[in-house]
Design a protein around this ligand. Structure first.
Ligand code: CU
Length: 150
């Protein structure tokens, strides 16, 4: 029996892991969370960061089984008045970064179900133009009494 073969295999495995750190950008969604509206019956807002993969894609939608309705919105300034309007897609450049953040793009969730509220989190599925679907779990954050939602 030759003990060198397993050792070489181990070294090869380590090399694969190390080179994995430098592999091309991978499409992914990070830092997702939902800021619950402090007012019952009002929609809550969700935020996240999309990291682009090797090819440009567009985000076509976000779905969840834990809310009655989910919309993608952007906040725009019209004559000094901050308004939000629905958007149906967002371009994600290759290896780029697209943020959904307070004061900008966000998702709006209407009618989050009691089970998700109790669990303190809900699943979000991101649907991309290249067929990729990415499922993440978004924690629900409650707003302090003095905090402003949205
Ligand atoms: Cu909105």
């Amino acid at each position: 029996m030759n003990f060198r073969i397993p050792l070489f295999a181990l070294i090869a495995a380590v090399l694969v892991l190390v080179s994995g750190c430098q592999r091309p950008a991978q499409l992914r969604v990070e830092d997702a969370y939902v800021q619950l509206s402090p007012i019952e019956g009002r929609p809550s807002a969700g935020y996240f960061v999309i990291h682009g993969g090797p090819q440009p894609v567009s985000l076509r939608g976000v779905v969840t089984p834990s809310a009655l309705r989910l919309e993608m919105h952007e906040t725009v300034d019209e004559n000094g008045v901050s308004m939000m309007r629905p958007i149906d897609r967002v371009e994600v450049p290759a290896a780029g970064e697209v943020k959904f953040e307070p004061g900008g793009r966000h998702i709006m969730l209407f009618g989050i179900d009691g089970g998700a509220l109790k669990a303190g989190e809900l699943p979000l599925e991101f649907i991309f133009s290249n067929g990729d679907r990415i499922l993440v779990t978004a924690p629900l954050r409650r707003t302090g009494s003095a905090g402003a939602a949205e």
